[in-house]
Write a protein that binds this ligand. Structure first.
Ligand SMILES: Nc1nc2c(ncn2[C@@H]2O[C@H](COP(=O)(O)OP(=O)(O)OP(=O)(O)O)[C@@H](O)[C@H]2O)c(=O)[nH]1
Ligand SMILES: [Mg+2]
Length: 303
């Protein structure tokens, strides 16, 4: 009698793509079971790819969060959209998220048109189903399935968790057989300095409005592990104009104080240690066309 064969391991990349604000980063965090990607109610929050690694039985699923895909205008937009598409092209599977409360909007239409040129099918997740009545989901699912681009189609709520385990199980079974590409306990590829900058950028998106979130970027400049186990982090928030710097600082420095306080609390939670966070606001008119800033974000300046 032969011994039972161990189940072969599987591993592969699954890119989460979709229009801005469709819920990609929320879903990534839910799939991994940890907050890795920043999430805000504003569109175009995510600026670059981020890996989130999940284990489902014998499968290691490497999820790729990507920036939203939209009609780019600025150089930064172009680099973001290019990063999203290359994330999809490099992956074993592309999982398109459609916000069920928005339906097939212009950005999603563009994505569908480009997916139609691919030789293989993608997976569809109709997301935010908690926001719409069941009846209206059927019409939208029908319209999307008639595109002939998707197999299978899931209905999920990344926020509440409905349907997410089904997606995970499906992917675990369909990824190619092969060895795991990352150590079992690794959750992401993002360096801590970058995640720390993202946490502050999340506060910039949450606490500032109009053009400001889009006119700013955050970089970690110093990271010093202290002997007492705490960490000292210095970050720069770049803005484009002195008037924007004044808004970020706020009256009597109130705004920057709140941004710093909330970012620090979040960082202490994520890093599980004490954090001393120092924020500086610098005016750099052309940061948005500055090769160095793109490199800090890991984006391709010439995309
Ligand atoms: N009600 C509801 N809201 C959701 C769901 N998923 C995400 N959201 C909300 O939608 C907003 C955008 O979520 P994100 O995860 O940042 O969306 P994204 O696709 O990563 O956005 P970009 O990075 O800007 O492209 C946030 O306010 C989320 O809380 C969902 O399933 N249901
Ligand atoms: Mg995102």
């Amino acid at each position: 009698m032969g011994e039972a064969q161990p189940t072969p391991t599987r591993c592969g990349y699954v890119a989460l793509i979709g229009a801005p604000n469709s819920g990609k980063s929320t879903l990534l965090n839910r799939l991994v079971g940890r907050k890795l990607a920043i999430v805000t109610p504003k569109a175009q929050t995510t600026r670059n790819r981020l890996l989130g690694i999940a284990i489902e039985g014998p499968a290691q699923i490497v999820f790729v969060d990507t920036p939203g895909i939209f009609a780019p205008r600025r150089r930064l937009d172009r680099a973001m959209v290019a990063a999203a598409w290359s994330g999809a092209e490099d992956a074993d599977e592309a999982l398109l998220l459609v916000d069920a409360s928005r339906g097939i909007d212009r950005d999603t239409r563009r994505i569908l048109d480009r997916l139609a040129r691919r030789s293989r099918r993608s997976i569809l997740a109709l997301n935010k189903i908690d926001l719409v009545p069941r009846e209206s989901l059927l019409g939208l699912t029908d319209a999307l399935s008639r595109e002939g681009l998707f197999d299978p189609i899931f209905m999920i709520s990344g926020l509440k968790g409905d349907g997410v385990e089904d997606v995970k199980r499906h992917l675990a079974a369909s990824l190619p057989q092969g060895p795991w590409l990352f150590p079992e306990d690794q959750l992401s590829d993002a360096p801590e300095r970058l995640i720390a900058a993202e946490v502050t950028r999340e506060q910039v998106f949450l606490q500032l409005h109009d053009e400001l979130p889009y006119a700013s970027t955050v970089e970690t400049e110093q990271w010093e592990d202290k002997a007492d186990g705490s960490v000292r982090i210095e970050q720069v928030i770049y803005v484009q104009r002195p008037s924007q710097r004044a808004i970020v600082l706020g009256e009597g420095g109130k705004r920057i104080k709140t941004i710093g306080a909330r970012a620090r609390a979040e960082l202490e939670h994520m890093l599980e240690r004490r954090v001393h966070l120092f924020l500086f606001v610098k005016v750099r008119q052309n940061w948005i066309d500055d090769r160095e800033r793109f490199e800090a974000l890991g984006l391709d300046y010439d995309a």
